[in-house]
Ligand binder design. Structure first.
Ligand SMILES: Cc1cc2nc3c(=O)[nH]c(=O)nc-3n(C[C@H](O)[C@H](O)[C@H](O)COP(=O)(O)O)c2cc1C
Length: 176
């Protein structure tokens, strides 16, 4: 796919099958490795690939409870969740690390779209996760790491038609 086409086809997928091939997962993880990272500090970032159904369910339930509606599924039954974490040592520079995480997440969503795999940026369930240190501990993150965001991944029956993107959806001002 050409770049702009991939971008206009990308969408948040919230309905998944229970499958994701290793080959597709590895391509998607490689796309995150290609993301730009502030000052090239790649060793500050970490990805945790969760495919354990029990842990996925626990994260899902925790998110649903956190947002006050146990009937919801904030991970949408996706068979894979990639959590991106980093140590926020200097809160004044924390925005760089959150930005790094977002770059990695969006690379994965675009790669997934290119492969016809469903993906969705997940911040809500990660906020819920961060409120539960005992659940964070189950991720076995490197020392001092904080989960920033995540991406759900999985095969889907959803399709990826090109979408018309309004050029004024986000305000733009010009200073000539
Ligand atoms: C920073 C960020 C956080 C998001 N968090 C969530 C989330 O927790 N759950 C969810 O279902 N979608 C989440 N989304 C997806 C947005 O709701 C979605 O991108 C937006 O509604 C536009 O739809 P589209 O992705 O299909 O273009 C998030 C997106 C971004 C960029």
């Amino acid at each position: 796919m050409e770049t702009l086409k991939t971008m206009t086809c990308r969408k948040s997928v919230r309905s998944y099958k229970n499958t994701l091939s290793d080959a597709d997962l590895q391509k998607i993880l490689l796309s995150a490795q290609a993301a730009p990272i502030g000052m090239g500090k790649y060793d500050t970032m970490h990805m945790t690939v969760i495919r354990n159904a029990e842990l996925l369910q626990e994260l899902d339930r925790n998110g649903a409870d956190f947002f006050g509606d146990p009937s919801t599924k904030p991970l949408y039954g996706a068979p894979c969740l990639v959590v991106i974490s980093t140590p926020i040592e200097n809160p004044a520079m924390g925005n760089v690390q959150y930005s790094n995480a977002a770059m990695m997440a969006e690379h994965m969503c675009l790669m997934a779209t290119d492969l016809g795999i469903g993906s969705c940026n997940i911040w809500g369930a990660i906020a819920a996760l961060n409120a539960k240190p005992e659940l964070v501990a189950k991720l076995g993150l490197p020392e001092g790491h904080v989960p920033c965001c995540a991406v759900t991944l999985g095969d889907t029956d959803d399709t990826f038609p090109e979408r018309e993107i309004p050029a004024d959806r986000i305000a733009v001002s010009y200073i000539d």
